[in-house]
Design a protein around this ligand. Structure first.
Ligand SMILES: Cc1ncc(COP(=O)(O)O)c(CN[C@@H](CN)CCC(=O)O)c1O
Length: 426
């Protein structure tokens, strides 16, 4: 029995499923999860010291690579000043100033401690600002686990939502409309039917929770148009894409200005940080300025702000995203070439520092249905063949992959070679 297997057995005694977040349990790929002892640069090390090249990066935050020395030094320099005060600090002002500078659509920003808190707060704010109850989301997009967002499409087209988890009241779920990502027609139809009742659209401007699926031309502009026409709030959930696909996020890549933006992951540099912000008139409704309540004991935590601020400083250096995108392009094109020579049907999508591989003979995958039609068994076999070769991918066919600044050309080459071997084993 490996040390990870032993640790997993122990973990299951007092932690549900042995993990503190479900995807980590490896149910999507089978087998036991790799426990991590430590990480540095692009590498994870398991308790027995086996090294893996990491393409999960803690699900996005570790864009600089693990244990970046300048981030560690910055955190070390403040940690002796105290861990948490529950009182305002200058660090929070510095973070707010920096975020509003990097994401100009955010005129005011509130710190929270997770992406879930960010999206939950943004939805409440949009409802409070408009006085409306309905929201629109898209199948395959994930916005954290708050009740209004754990809702799947109703049985018929444009019917109101049904809970996607026990514990979510049907009376709440029915206010959520779940549409097809990249279907501008469906969005227009929904607004024709419910427009005056819709408080907000929330969307991943590049979907990263049904693998990696970019917006098709016209989709994001349609969301902007209908929100303007019907007075709904357009929320870009950039928890994953923020500072991942570009310094200004997906809104900078696609040139669409949302009314609210949610952030997480990279903004904390590995520490628990989320944020929501946007238009002044909307954000002024947030307590204590306005009547929409929102709060958090550890919001703006000084140690987390320090890790986030140093991360934002380093990713702002010139050429950072050119280098990151070039690494992704080299990785994906190399893997695609090996799949082709092995006769394995494979498709890919990539935007900035994130990518997705699809075991399918479809030319391109651009919606949830396409992602669901992929060969999950082949993905699982590929996953374990890569893991055996020391490559750590996201343990689910429906997650995006992430490259960091720390991944070297040698790491990418080794990954491509591992993929060549894995394809032969399929
Ligand atoms: C677009 C988007 N919005 C919100 C969230 C929720 O963020 P958290 O509450 O997990 O910090 C996420 C969280 N992403 C998942 C991975 N796809 C986190 C991994 C996990 O659940 O353990 C997200 O991708």
């Amino acid at each position: 029995m490996s040390r990870s297997e032993e640790l997993f057995g122990r973990a299951k005694q007092h932690i549900p499923g042995g993990v503190n977040s479900p995807v980590r349990a490896f149910n999507g790929v089978g087998g036991d999860p790799v426990f991590v002892d430590c990480a540095a640069g692009p590498y994870l090390y398991d308790p027995e010291g086996k090294r893996y090249i990491d393409y999960v990066g803690s699900w996005g935050p570790m864009i600089l690579g693990h244990s970046h020395h300048e981030v560690i030094e910055a955190v070390s320099s403040v940690i002796n000043k105290g861990l948490s005060f529950g009182a305002p600090t200058e660090l929070e002002t510095e973070m707010a100033d920096r975020v509003c500078e990097l994401v100009p659509s955010m005129e005011l920003v509130r710190m929270v401690s997770s992406g879930t808190e960010a999206t939950m707060s943004a939805i409440r704010l949009a409802r409070g600002f408009t006085g409306r109850d309905k929201i629109v989301k898209f199948e395959g997009c994930y916005h954290g686990h708050s009740d209004s967002l754990l809702v799947k499409a109703g049985s018929g087209m444009l019917t109101l939502g049904e809970p996607s988890s026990p514990g979510v009241p049907a009376s709440l779920a029915e206010h959520t409309l779940t549409l097809t990502y990249n279907s501008s027609d469906q969005v227009r139809d929904a607004f024709k039917q419910y427009g005056e009742q819709i408080a907000a659209i929330i969307v991943e401007p590049v979907a990263g929770n049904m693998n990696c699926i970019p917006p098709q031309a016209g989709f994001l502009p349609t969301l902007r148009e209908v929100c303007d026409e019907y007075g709904a709030v357009l929320i870009f959930d950039e928890v994953m894409t923020g500072f991942r696909v570009a310094l200004g996020g997906a809104q900078a890549v696609y040139g669409i200005k949302p009314d609210l933006t949610t952030l997480g992951k990279v903004i904390g540099g590995g520490m628990p940080v989320g944020a929501f912000g946007g238009r002044l008139d909307i954000m002024q409704q947030i307590a204590p300025l306005g009547p929409v309540y929102q709060a958090g004991t550890l919001s703006g935590n000084p140690v987390a702000m320090t890790a986030g601020l140093k991360t934002l400083e380093l990713i702002s250096e010139s050429g950072f995203y050119d280098r990151l995108s070039a690494k992704v392009e080299a990785l994906v094109s190399g893997i695609m070439a090996e799949a082709k020579s092995a006769g394995i049907p494979l498709a890919e999508n990539h935007v900035g520092g994130m990518f997705g591989l699809f075991f399918t003979d479809q030319e391109k995958v651009d919606d949830f249905q396409g992602a669901m039609a992929c060969d999950q068994n082949r993905f699982k076999a590929f996953y374990h063949a890569m893991l055996d070769r020391g490559i750590y991918l996201a343990p689910s066919a429906f997650e995006a992959g992430f490259v960091s600044e720390a991944h070297t050309d040698e790491d990418l080459k080794a990954t491509i070679e591992a993929a060549a071997g894995a394809f032969q084993s399929l």
